[in-house]
Each structure stands twice: as structure tokens, then as C-alpha cells.
Design a protein around this ligand. Sequence first.
Ligand code: AMP
Length: 472
Amino acid sequence: MFGLMQDWPLLIHRVIDHAGRQFGGREVVSRSIEGPIHRTTYGEIRARSAKVAQRLGRDGVKEGDRVATLAWNTWRHLESWYGVTGVGAVYHTVNPRLFPEQIVWIVNHAEDRVVMTDLTFVPLLEQLADRLPSVERYIVFTDAAHMPATNLKNAVPYEEWLAEADGDFRWAELDERAAAGLCYTSGTTGNPKGVLYSHRSNVLHSLSLANTDAFGLSSRACILPVVPLFHANSWSLAFSCPMYGAKLAMPGMRLDGASLFELMETEGVTMAAGVPTVWLTLLQYLQKEGKRLSTVERMLVGGSACPRALIEAFERDYGLDVTHAWGMTEMSPVGTCGSVKSQFADLKGDALIDLKTKQGFAFFGVEMKITNDAGESLPWDGVTFGRLKVAGFAVTKGYYGADNTDLLDEEGFFDTGDVATIDADGYMRITDRSKDVIKSGGEWISSIEIENLAVAHPDVLEAAVIGHAHPR
Ligand code: AMP
């Protein structure tokens, strides 16, 4: 017997519809690529994303087509995702930090029909365009006044292209399992691999991740996503912030300490999300200038292991709550968050910092296990380490256009390539990548531990352990 509740497909456009209706006046503030600060609202973004969808449709973009974006975090990039998915196509985020050869490979593999890009990347695309035969049109995120002369095929300034649509558009009717986003990861062996998110996986991931023990989003929050939309699905923030009505402060291309500090202060940012390197830069800026953050409560750190010294500095010297998160492109991308469970509510000092150096516990929708090489599950005792495997509604089951035989184990778990311990309280600690652990004599040595030791030295800013084959 089935339940008698509505089959309400989990589609991405429902997120921006909701944001437009319930949080229509909530702001999205961006440092524009042209320079000035730009202000808009979820109401306007909803209206403009309908125009993007309509206009793409008029250019012949159909369900399932791939539309690449090569762009910084701004309102235009955000609304393009909703427009692309709203016409039933797939946003394909291209990471400009990859080598040009990889970008060519990725765009060709995805067979992108359209590329939407920032002014910054026009020269790069001009160099590569000859080798991108699938691309029919380049849309530059700017207006006619700032549009450079370019020989890119059918290049148009976004604003004028968009103005040709009136926004009278009905979102595509799709199966919630339809593809919505494509992000290639280079954290693998061989060529980059395409992770293909669905509408359903993005909506469920964002719903779940926003819970208080994970990202803790609300309509009172103001979020600064330093994590780019082009990296790992922007930690879901492009969906979860509108879904929960959180104000967005988008940094554009200026990710230096002074620019981030200014945006945090002027916009009243409550939580900022980024990789450790970015926060190290910000910390240095605060220390050098003798400044403090007056509205930020929480710093979300992930993407690589957060050095203990960084957690200590933010927590002790600046009174910030540092939350360590872990995940990967293949997980939409977040898997765990290190907030403090009830049994640790009284922890203070070093013990609290110890807890925060762990990558945290899985929120609803992510299952974890650690196994030995034979695939047998290992105990959650905080000491035994093994291959970290995951399953859930937002975990990949195959790479786009690849041979996916044996990608999942017999229980349907995906091997993350990370090596971890999980303790009796469910907190996971990454000890290594299975591909780059250091073996000395007989024991494994954690590269992360060595990096942490090095970074703890006052004269060392960052450290990376580099693998090196040794005769012994
Ligand atoms: P990517 O798909 O490029 O985001 O890379 C994912 C990989 O980054 C994971 O499999 C981990 O190896 C690493 N990673 C992400 N977050 C963390 C973290 N908080 N601590 C340690 N490693 C991390």
C-alpha cells in the first residue's frame, strides 16, 4: 500500500521560487567583476533566472544539454544556475584553476553547447576556443558598456542577451532524478571525472545540510561563500542559502584578506565558508592590521584538513566558532560537519580544540563506514583506521560517460580514497588519502599530522607533504 501524499518533485527551480516568494527582499550582495558592489534580491534573482531559462530556450538549449559556467561568485553566476536548470539543461562548472589542457578536455568531454563566463576569462577562452568545437555561443557576464572586443563565437554581453527575454516562462517539467549539474573532479587518477548531480540530490543535500548541527542556515544568517561555485558545487550554498532565506555576500574575484574583511564588516556576515588557505590569509590580515570581525560568529573550514593552529587562533584569539567540514565533489559535496554534540557541550580549552580538529560527524543522508582492504567493516573506536566509504542520497553512483563497473562495493558504498578513523561518538578523523600515505619501515605515517606539526611552527605559513619514492 502506498501513502497518499503528493508526489512533489524535488526540482531546483522550486528553491528559487520559494526564495522569491518567502524571502523576496533578502539581499544578494556581490563584489562585481567590473568593480563596484552590486545589490540584488532573491525576488529579482528569481525573475532574472526565468529570463535566463527563456533566453537559453530561444537559443535552442534543450533538456539535458550542458551549459558551462567559467565564473567567479556573483549574482549573475548564481542566477545562471537557476536559469540553466530551469530550462532543463545542466550547469557545468568549469574550474579556471585547472590547467588549460584540462579545461579543454573537460569542455569537450561534457560537450558543452554554451559557455557563460566572466570578463576575466575571455582571454583564456580566446586561446582555447579553436579546440572547443561543441561550443556554439559565449555569453559574457557583463553589459554592453563593459563588453570587450572578442572573436569568441557568437559572443554577447549577458545583460543585453537577457533583456531580449520578458520572463514569461514556465519552468521545465522534469523528473526529479533529471541531471542538473556537472562538476569534474581532478582529485582522482587519470583524466578528470564528471560528477553529475540531479535535481533531487541537490535539493535533498541542501535541505539536510542546512540543519543546525551542520551549516545551521536561517533567514537571519548572512553567508559569505568564499568557496567558489566552480569548486565542488559550492558546498551547496547556491541552493541552501536561497532555500533558507540566508543573505548572500559574494566576493567575486577578490579573495584577499582586506577585501574579505571589508565585505564581512559592511554586509554583516555571520558565517563564512572556505578552504584553510583562504582563512590563513584572512588570519594574517587580522593579525597584521590588529582588526577584529564584529559580526562573524562562525567559520566553516573544509576542502583540506584545517590546521590545528588555525582553529586555535580563530577560537581563542577572535572568539569565533570554527566548524571543520569534510566532503568531496562526489558527495555533492559535504559529508560531515564538526559541530559539538550534546555529550561534549562542556568541553573547553585543548579538549574542545581536539574535537574540532576532527572532520566531524555525518548528518542525515550520509552513511559512513571504514573498511580494511578486504572490504570488512572496522570498529568505530577512534583508533583503527581504514578506507572511508560513503553512501547516501547525494553520493555519486557513477561518473559521467565513464565505465562505472565496480565503483560501488556490494553494499552500495563509494570509496572516498580517504583513510579515516571514526570514534564511538561518530566523529570521523581523516588520517590520510589512501593514495598518498607515507609508509616508513612498516608503519603508516599521517601526512596531515606532519603538515600540522610543520604549520604549528610560527615561521611556517603552509606545508605540504610531497610523496617521494625512496629505495628503502
Ligand atoms: P574535492 O572533491 O576536490 O573537494 O576533494 C575531496 C577531497 O579533499 C577529500 O576526499 C579529502 O581527501 C579532501 N578533504 C576535503 N575536506 C577535507 C577535510 N576537512 N580534511 C581533510 N581532507 C579533506
